[in-house]
Design a protein around this ligand. Sequence first.
Ligand code: UGA
Length: 436
Amino acid sequence: MRLSVIGCGYLGAVHAAAMASIGHEVVGIDVDARKIDALAKGEAPFFEPGLQEILTEGIESGRLAFTTDTSAAKGAQVHFIGVGTPQQAGGYAADLTYVNAAVDGLLPYLSDGDIVAGKSTVPVGTAAGLAPRVEETGATLVWNPEFLREGWAVQDTIDPDRLVAGVPDGPAGERAADILREVYHPSVTKNTPFIVTDRATAELVKVAANAFLATKISFINAMAEIAEATGADVTQLADAIGHDARIGRRFLGAGIGFGGGCLPKDIRAFSARAEELGKGESVAFLREIDAINMRRRDRAVELVVNALGGSVFKKNVTVLGAAFKPHSDDIRDSPALDVAVRLHGLGAWVTITDPAAIENARRIHPQLNYVDDRDEALRGADAVIVVTEWDEYRRHLDPGHASELTTGKVIIDGRNCLDAAAWRSAGWEYYGMGRP
Ligand code: UGA
């Protein structure tokens, strides 16, 4: 099938390449010429395992192309909208400028019977607002949210755990759902749940899923706060409640909290939209979820300060990690980088390292001292803090080896990812998040 993908950022670039890899003929379109040049040469513009391979394969097969020219969308049967919906400057709501521009730019190239499938995360009601413009051309607008996780984006796109299609009532909607089933034929063949619903529900499913995940993380981080006041261990608590299948252990990792380009902005946009709908109180708890999340960064900084005797001024602090999570070079709203910047603000000499995110971090925070090599970064540290749980720190950093490099033996485990007993028995002062 011929497909176009408007917006070649994280979501769009992965979607375009993944759709080509399952046999479709795909054109990816974006206004950013630099991004398009890179993609057209088969270069992944960000770190995402497996993306490079499917980009190269798609381009070499002739099924995948990239352009800045929206007219290339003409002739495609399905047009995916995968542009960003960032947090508005000076407010909590989502900025829909790019979604509106993408749809308006596409209108002249739509033909009768085409499907426009929104994948961007939008406030509920957005599709209803866009539909009249799209439908004037004879095309049908559907909402088909994306649930990919960074670091697993290729796998999540090719083999998602569910598909959601929000379609309008009537025959046009039924036909659109059938066409999406064809698009996602490998998943449909293996009986991946394919939920056909109305457009408002589809939009809501996406933000509800992210709100739930954020709530789960802040719940366990709230328990970490209580654990800190009582001497309890939040990691054991999480294991114990996680054995209840109704609760589940995943996303109960207490630490410095969630960040990234999605969870923080999505819960804020959800609150803003609920207020517009006169239902602010229904999701008022999301403000608390956000507040708990931000407090964990304060706590991590406090642990470093206390461990160094009340001040980090002119102390060497090595920060292990900058990305908002491992297997990613994304530093958007990264708690890891925020902790590093705060320590620097308190007068510490901060050295920071990360296997993938240094270049991105340096661009935004040039004031920090970036070192590529982990061991080099550890050299001379008075204290070390792990803020992104890369395997390089979690599995492959031996406390004995680290002792040979650092000056002090203070380790703060901002992700509760280290073996506390092993570090202590190697002579380190170990501090976790919500654990004794
Ligand atoms: C999230 C959702 O998980 C995806 O399903 C969704 O499609 C995506 O947002 C999106 O809306 O595009 P992502 O931002 O890639 O995906 O990251 P997550 O894996 O959800 O992690 C988010 C943050 O939560 C990270 O900073 C991570 O370190 C933190 N986290 C995660 C915890 O602090 N504790 C946990 O137990 C799990």
